[in-house]
Design a protein around this ligand. Structure first.
Ligand code: ADP
Ligand code: MG
Length: 204
């Protein structure tokens, strides 16, 4: 579909569908190491985002900005401001049509936003553990075009998500559990992987 307004609208709608379908999975993961609200938090926000009408926006960046503001104001918890910041930064860096390097730069801007807001680094058992390898893999494959780069990003993202299982959490609510947080997959890394999977289905 490409990186135009229709592509971005399809991406957001696909992610909203994925979150809705997997609301119990995300909540169950958060029950293990948090407060059992990641599914309902994200579903509430993304259902609002899914109601946005692409014809109300003049550009993909405008729609991404509105999505970010909607998430900040409706999701709450740690993930609302973090996902909101991701989309706001993405909006600020969104490229002209079908520019693979530009999409990589936008994803990196989103990651930088999450890290400046949440202060998590690789290995803290958060969504950052999925997004850092995804952005790195994207950049490595960017010269092959958006489709190849997103495919590589999804694979790395899922591996990063799975790699959160043995980690001890050092950020967010899960960190209150200390060593007992080990052995569970991070909910935010799980939803983040759904976001990249949705991008891989809609933006190419
Ligand atoms: P809360 O923890 O406030 O209940 P959610 O349950 O919606 O919020 O989201 C939890 C997820 O947020 C975690 O699984 C983790 O991936 C992510 N998270 C929490 N704190 C941070 C942080 N400082 N930086 C990055 N991600 C974080
Ligand atoms: Mg929670």
């Amino acid at each position: 579909m490409g990186l135009d307004l229709a592509g971005v609208a399809a991406w957001l709608a696909d992610f909203a569908d994925q979150v809705h379908t997997n609301v119990d999975l995300l909540t169950d993961l958060d029950r293990q190491i948090g407060d059992a609200d990641h599914g309902s938090n994200m579903d509430r926000g993304m259902q609002k985002v899914a109601q946005l009408d692409q014809s109300d926006f003049a550009s993909p960046a405008e729609m991404l900005k509105k999505a970010g503001m909607t998430l900040v104001s409706t999701v709450g918890g740690a993930s609302g401001p973090l996902y909101g910041t991701f989309f706001l930064r993405l909006a600020g860096a969104w490229p002209a049509l079908d520019d693979a390097a530009g999409l990589g730069a936008a994803l990196r801007a989103g990651l930088d936003g999450i890290q400046s807001r949440g202060k998590a680094i690789l290995g803290d058992k958060t969504m950052v553990d999925a997004l850092v390898p995804a952005v790195e893999a994207y950049d490595k494959a960017a010269s092959e075009g958006v489709a190849s780069a997103l495919r590589a990003a999804v694979e790395a993202c899922a591996a990063g998500r799975d790699a959160t299982i043995p980690l001890v959490a050092r950020k967010g609510r899960a960190s209150y559990l200390g060593e007992r947080s080990a052995g569970h997959q991070d909910p935010g890394a799980t939803s983040l992987t759904m976001l990249l999977e949705a991008a891989n289905r809609t933006l190419v």
